[in-house]
Design a protein around this ligand. Sequence first.
Ligand code: MET
Ligand SMILES: [Zn+2]
Length: 342
Amino acid sequence: MASGSVEPSSAMSDFLEKSNGYAILDGGLATELERHGADLNDPLWSAKCLISSSHLIKRVHLDYLEAGADIIITASYQATIQGFEAKGLSREKSESLLWKSVEIAREARDSYYKEHGECLVNDVGNGSLLNQRPILVAASVGSYGAYLADGSEYDGNYGDLVTLETLKDFHRRRVQVLAESGADLIAFETIPNKLEAQAYAELLEEDDKNIPAWFSFNSKDGVNVVSGDSLLECASIADACKKVIAVGINCTPPRFIQGLILSIKKVTTKPILIYPNSGETYDPERKEWVKSTGISDEDFVSYVTKWREVGASLIGGCCRTTPNTIRAISKALSKGFAAPLQ
Ligand code: MET
Ligand SMILES: [Zn+2]
């Protein structure tokens, strides 16, 4: 590696070091937009707001920053060029909406710094994090299953016709655009199977992209990823990819998280991130969250210290968590905790 350049993985370690060894992620974005009245019953889901209500996206990013988030995740989870084109938008317009998702998050960060009188100096890619409260913008990439909006996001079953190349072709341009968008990193979220993790890893290596990324899987049994693929194998793919600076789990019930952290630790020394959902489950047929198993913010937060102790260093929330959840996580972590087990 050329002198002066920084290994992506050490950039995240530097970032964490400057923030007491841990960082707080934001909470659910799409479900929070919905709570503010956005109608996301659409194949584009939260990406619909990029077309019609960017002010609301900025508002929610700001709410998370005010609640204590150090990293905010853009509204590009279900923003795909193919999805926008299916709505009749041009290729150019579709790509500009991807850019816009990052621009909105950066604007929210600027407004936050302005409001709080802090200067904006941070760049995880170059390892120069000089500010006392660095805030990162993570450009979200949801899975192929999220684009299909047919439930395969939560079962990872794409059928035999979908190959590694299909997935790479599907994601390629979108990842290129987001890599050039000014985001600090790419958040590959809710990865449902091994094939898609492999596709992302290979895309990151293509044209030597100058942006780090995290890989976050989802699980519905607390052992494997949702497709049934081995979490250990999935996390090993992330571990082997130089561009990946953190590995973890999102949109998974809180009760499974501790065991999943312990599994991931077996195959990587990279920072572990977790941002569980509220414990409710999404019913793809009814297109709604089923409330019965949900937990309160207090219950969610009662897990946080344990997650930190067993080794998570980036902690936030996913669907149906809110700025209140993030505020409670922030408070719980700032009270101190036992040092992470090695
Ligand atoms: C289905 S998981 C969704 C993750 C995404 N970052 C969101 O909160 O909108
Ligand atoms: Zn989620």
